[in-house]
Design a protein around this ligand. Structure first.
Ligand code: SF4
Length: 428
């Protein structure tokens, strides 16, 4: 579950690093969950369970993040904090570096088909309430949760900013800070060695009964914590306090060269997110088109969770952009069809991958539409298509049982059918 607000500590860093506010992701609505109102996926496999929503994910939380939750006194977090305290005291999840997800959960998550497919995978920090459920550690969620949005106001541009730029930057900072905490709170070398070994261990090849029963192993726990056994929560709380006292620039310095490089990428993605400039030349992108009952078409571009509905005529008009600059295409479109597209609409088509920037006009398509008015879409009076013509849909509507929206259009035929594995790209 996500919203436009970053956790306060990350928001403070990011405001300094980017030098400005981040545009809001207002299409992602958690209460009520916008995905729950979606029609079923075409094969019924990626529906969202109403009692988990998108929180079918168990975050690993770093030492300072656990400490920040435990230091929190807000009453709304009491339930999730109690769950966390229980987990801190369990002998198989807490290490000085992070509070891990149980290995059995990790195994199930890795093998699960789709996000939200089972209550069994619900996040332990998710709180069911009368308003429809919420994150119990909202202001301390990790980079994965904070940068996940089911829909993006700017489509692919927003996805690139959050998932391909901000998520790796914040993850890199979180990890560096957690190791920095280990340097600050002295652990004996033998415990440190075990902690470092446990940091990157994956799913065990064999599951000991203590892992299956989730009872833990006191000897292994002692090897990790040494003198801090019984005071794990105190250790985490101190990590939280020390990280909270750092300035954003201290945090970046601790992040080192890796964070500095991710920040360069994040700044580039931020500039793109704040810009509405139109490229000089564009051409149709790759997307799926399915007819809707109301005469519009559903277009699925960068994400199965964020399809949009557009008037069918817009897809017909895309061929005018092939082999021309944007200005030439608009002039030809006006001359041949009487239809005017406003620049904001072209920007939206670019955002959702229906159009993509072309480095140079194509070689073969200049002939399209030059032989006179297109009788299929020519208007008797001037029509202006506005950006509002594009609407976000809650989810994918199953297509009619017929092959393609426009059987005559070779380009549409070449568009691949939905590949359910693409949904995985959007999982946390
Ligand atoms: S930490 Fe919060 S946002 Fe993340 S999966 Fe759990 S409940 Fe959802």
């Amino acid at each position: 579950m996500s919203n436009t607000t970053l956790p306060s500590i990350q928001a403070q860093w990011v405001r300094e690093f980017l030098g400005g506010p981040i545009p809001s992701e207002s299409e992602t609505v958690c209460q009520p969950c916008v995905l729950l109102s979606a029609a079923h996926g075409r094969d019924g496999t990626w529906n969202i369970h109403p009692r988990t929503k998108c929180c079918s994910y168990h975050p690993d939380l770093f030492n300072f993040q656990v400490g920040n939750v435990l230091n929190e006194t807000e009453r709304g977090m009491a339930q999730a904090r109690a769950v966390m305290e229980e987990r801190v005291n369990a002998l198989f999840m807490a290490t000085p570096l992070l509070l891990k997800k149980p290995p059995v959960y990790r195994l199930l998550y890795d093998r699960a088909t789709y996000m939200g497919c089972s209550l069994r995978l619900c996040c332990p920090y998710y709180v069911e309430d009368s308003a429809g459920g919420r994150c119990g550690i909202w202001d301390h969620r990790n980079a994965t949760c904070a940068t996940w949005f089911c829909k993006h106001t700017r489509g692919q541009v927003g996805f690139t900013f959050w998932r391909e730029a901000m998520e790796p930057l914040l993850k890199s900072l979180e990890r560096a800070l957690a190791f920095w905490c280990l340097t600050q709170l002295r652990l004996p070398e033998e415990n440190l060695k075990r902690t470092m070994e446990a940091a990157d261990c994956g799913i065990p090849a064999k599951f000991a009964s203590s892992l299956l029963e989730e009872t833990g192993d006191p000897a292994a726990h002692f090897a990790l914590w040494g003198p801090w056994v019984g005071r794990e929560a105190e250790f985490y709380c101190e990590c939280g306090r020390r990280v909270s006292a750092l300035s954003p620039w201290d945090v970046l310095a601790i992040g080192g060269p890796e964070a500095a490089l991710y920040l360069r990428l994040a700044r580039k993605a931020y500039r793109a997110l704040c810009s509405t400039r139109l490229p000089r030349t564009v051409c149709p992108g790759r997307f799926e088109v399915h007819p809707l009952a109301d005469g519009r078409v559903q277009v699925v571009g960068y994400s199965c969770y964020d399809p949009i509905a557009v008037p069918a005529v817009i897809i017909e008009l895309l061929s005018y952009f092939e082999g021309r600059t944007v200005n030439e295409a608009l002039r030809a479109m006006r001359r041949m069809t009487g239809i005017d597209m406003e620049p904001k609409l072209i920007r939206k088509l670019l955002d959702f991958g229906i159009l993509v920037e072309a480095k140079r006009p194509g070689l073969f398509a200049r002939r399209i539409g030059t032989r006179g008015r297109n009788p299929k879409i020519a208007q008797t009076r001037r029509v202006r298509l506005k950006a509002e013509a594009l609407l976000h849909l809650p989810g994918m509507v199953p297509p009619e049982p017929r092959p393609a929206w426009n059987e005559e259009d070779q380009r549409t035929k070449a568009i691949p059918r939905a590949d359910p594995r693409r949904v995985r790209r959007c999982r946390r």
